[in-house]
Design a protein around this ligand. Structure first.
Ligand code: ADP
Ligand code: G3P
Length: 496
């Protein structure tokens, strides 16, 4: 009976369970979408219970589709949308509020007040992050300040906080285990990424009791086992955890210092492995823990682009320019250039390197000759320009030149985008055979802990290229196009 690893990939819009074999190949996938709640402008929430039931449904479905029993699962790896915050009652095991999602801007005022009180630098130095509503810390504070009775319960030690990984492990183990891993902890704004502890000073500034916090563990070890009734009578080890972008870096086998991956999904997340060195950024990048493994942590520099594939969705659903995201390639290649059109998709502000949450999207260079094809092409090009902005910042901070870019995520099927990305960066863009690198990374981390795989070297040898895109653009054309983008971003930022 061939054993398999199961990865649970709990993302922003859907949950997935994926089975992998020894060669790191996908055997079967099950996926469930769940509801997005937008209670006020800029707020985004999820129902943590619905997330939990979507995951259990996927676990059952993937076994059924693969026609295998739970005894064939050697271990479970979990990877998750990061920063999204759940607070639950330790006695009832029920969330006391909806999960506040990473995209949600509902703690903008808390962040502004902390910046005004001069705390920005304290948080940045200790956590590697910026004072932005994106991260978990101010979301926890918001729940304690706004949910009736929450503060008192928290002070009495009755509440628990977790990112989605913690919540799922807690549920899968029947409330036995309250843990997270270094990568997820490093996104909370509460964790000191240098001394690897929850930070008392930061907790006190945000007024969050330490008793709420999960224990922080490595990204690859056995945290507990599933209880019988959540896994069809089997106690399967939960053996790997990492935030989704960190798991993707691992699944892309970016194990050497200077290796970079970009995931093109709803947003784009570019991560560079910086090894055992926590590189401080001067260009608006985040310093984050890549993973904890083999008794040590490794760090990464991260650039977060909030709108990428969702701009393509906007063309599809908002402007109704096509019915399927993949048609964007066909339209973009019907013209030979975007003819001077630039789209700056700052629909929810701009992330790295600008961190400008008040700016909104804009389009430039329109003429009477502008066609839908130009707009579509300009939108795809914007994904590549935003990535170039991040990569330039990264190379500057890490003082390591970019050798190549490993890519994954839904939009990398778009060959036009991949070629333009390579042209813009002037390096090879490498698309691997297995595009589900996030789930694969979680499976690898769990598989290392249960002996399913032996080493990072073995994992690296399993990484295979589907297609390499080599730069074919002259430097002066590259410069001219990119300068136009820079001007468009500058002009967009003036208009707010
Ligand atoms: N062929 C394509 N060209 C451009 N964008 C695409 C294409 N296929 C999918 N996308 C975009 O990729 C995104 C989906 O990717 P996915 O990795 O599943 O995202 P997430 O994990 O963030 O939900 C969508 O925003 C969609 O618009
Ligand atoms: O769920 P995704 O793939 O959109 O990723 C979300 C990120 O982890 C947010 O930081």
């Amino acid at each position: 009976m061939e054993k398999l690893m199961m990865a649970l990939d709990q993302g922003t819009t859907s949950s997935r369970a994926i089975l992998f074999n020894h060669d790191g190949e996908i055997i079967e996938v099950a996926q469930r979408e769940f509801e997005q709640f937008f209670p006020k402008s800029g707020w985004v929430e999820h129902d943590a219970n619905e997330i939990w039931t979507s995951i259990t449904a996927c676990m059952a479905e993937v076994l059924r589709k693969a026609d295998i029993g739970p005894a064939q699962i050697a271990g479970i790896g979990i990877t998750n949308q990061r920063e999204t915050t759940v607070v639950w009652d330790r006695h009832t095991n029920k969330p006391i509020h909806k999960a506040i999602v990473w995209q949600s801007r509902q703690t903008t005022d808390i962040c502004k007040s902390l910046i005004n009180q001069g705390y920005q630098d304290t948080f940045r130095k200790k956590t590697g992050l910026l004072m932005d509503p994106y991260f978990s810390g101010t979301k926890v504070k918001w729940i304690l300040d706004n949910v009736e009775g929450a503060r008192e319960k928290a002070d009495n030690g009755d509440l628990m906080f977790g990112t989605i990984d913690s919540w799922l492990i807690y549920k899968l183990t029947g409330g036995e285990v309250h843990v997270t891993d270094y990568s997820n902890a490093s996104r909370t704004l509460l964790f000191n990424i240098h001394d690897l502890n929850w930070d008392d000073e930061l907790l006190s500034i945000l007024d969050i009791p330490k008793s709420m916090l999960p224990e922080v563990k490595s990204s690859s070890e056995i945290y507990g086992t599933t209880i019988d009734y959540h896994f069809f009578g089997h106690n399967v080890p939960i053996a790997g955890v990492a935030g989704d972008q960190h798991a993707a870096l691992f699944g892309q086998a970016c194990f050497e210092q200077g290796m970079v991956k970009n995931t093109y999904g709803t947003g784009c997340f570019v991560l560079m492995n910086t090894g055992e060195k926590a590189v401080e950024s001067n260009h608006g990048l985040l310093t984050t823990i890549a993973w904890g493994l083999d008794g040590k942590v490794e760090y990464a520099l991260e650039g977060s682009i909030f709108v990428a594939g969702s701009a393509v969705q906007w063309l599809r659903d908002g402007l109704r320019m096509f019915t399927d995201a993949k048609q964007s390639e066909e339209y973009a290649t019907r013209v030979t250039s975007s003819d001077g059109v630039y789209l700056v998709p700052a629909f929810v502000g701009l992330g790295t390197p600008y961190w400008d949450s008040d700016v909104r999207g804009a389009m430039f260079g329109l003429t009477r000759a502008t066609k839908k094809e130009h707009v579509i092409r300009a939108t795809l090009e914007a994904l590549a320009y935003q990535t170039k902005d991040v990569v330039e910042a990264m190379v500057g901070d890490a003082a390591i030149p970019l050798k190549s870019l490993r890519v994954d995520g839904g939009a990398v099927k778009n060959n036009f985008l991949m070629q333009f990305q390579s042209d813009m960066l002037g390096v090879n863009v490498q698309r691997p055979v297995v595009n589900e690198t996030t789930a694969l990374g979680a499976a690898y981390l769990a598989g290392l802990a249960v002996g399913f795989w032996d080493s990072k070297q073995q994992i690296a040898s399993q990484w295979k290229i589907d297609q390499t895109f080599a730069p074919a653009m002259q430097q002066d054309e590259r410069d001219q196009l990119y300068n136009g983008w820079k001007k468009a971003v500058e002009a967009t930022r003036v208009f707010k």
